[in-house]
Design a protein around this ligand. Structure first.
Ligand code: SF4
Ligand code: SF4
Length: 175
């Protein structure tokens, strides 16, 4: 695949290893332009702030403990191997730009390929993962906490979508 041939199907479909490869190609094509663009840098720092605000809220809701207990139960947690397919190449790029070493960390078992020892390796998770609120969470958290969770998730996903569209636009221009 040449750099100029990255299409939507390469970004959102194909094997996980293909998408990891495509994310590296995207970075080689537009990474420099993105990091030299003051407006992008500002928007990206907002994206990081929103992700950190969401993580903090989730920690305050003690979701780590809830998910940890769930993951060790016989039925297991929701970060399954199947869910690895929810990643896309632009989301992977954004994690790399945030300094995360984006790679497969889980080779055995039935768990998501990106589930590390201390949880998901991503700062910016796939949309499906962020939008998933299970019955355990609904049953144990207060309405106020759930409302704040939805608000912070929406804020993050909306910014992530905006920046993703920007990257797609740059790729289209370069095609
Ligand atoms: S989000 Fe829900 S189903 Fe998934 S690990 Fe946490 S408690 Fe379990
Ligand atoms: S939250 Fe992370 S570890 Fe869990 S399924 Fe999604 S990408 Fe995988």
């Amino acid at each position: 695949m040449r750099n100029t041939q990255i299409r939507h199907s390469h970004i959102y479909a194909g094997s996980v290893s293909d998408r990891l490869e495509v994310s590296k190609r995207i970075l080689s094509m537009v990474g420099k332009e993105l990091t030299q663009d003051a407006d992008f840098r500002h928007q990206f720092s907002l994206l990081q702030e929103y992700a950190e605000a969401l993580n903090l809220h989730m920690a305050n809701m003690e979701l780590g403990a809830l998910c940890g207990t769930c993951a060790t139960s016989p039925s297991g947690g929701c970060c399954s191997r199947f869910m690895s397919g929810e990643v896309d190449a632009v989301q992977l790029c954004f994690n790399s730009l945030a300094g995360i070493e984006v790679k497969v960390v889980q080779l055995n078992g039935q768990e998501c390929l990106f589930l590390g020892e201390r949880g998901c390796i991503f700062l910016f998770k796939p949309m499906f993962c962020l939008n998933y609120t299970c019955k355990h969470i609904y049953d144990t958290c207060t309405p106020a906490d759930l409302h704040a969770l939805e608000k912070l998730t929406g804020q993050l996903l909306s910014k992530q979508y905006q920046l993703e569209q920007h990257v797609l636009h740059l790729l289209q221009k370069g095609a």
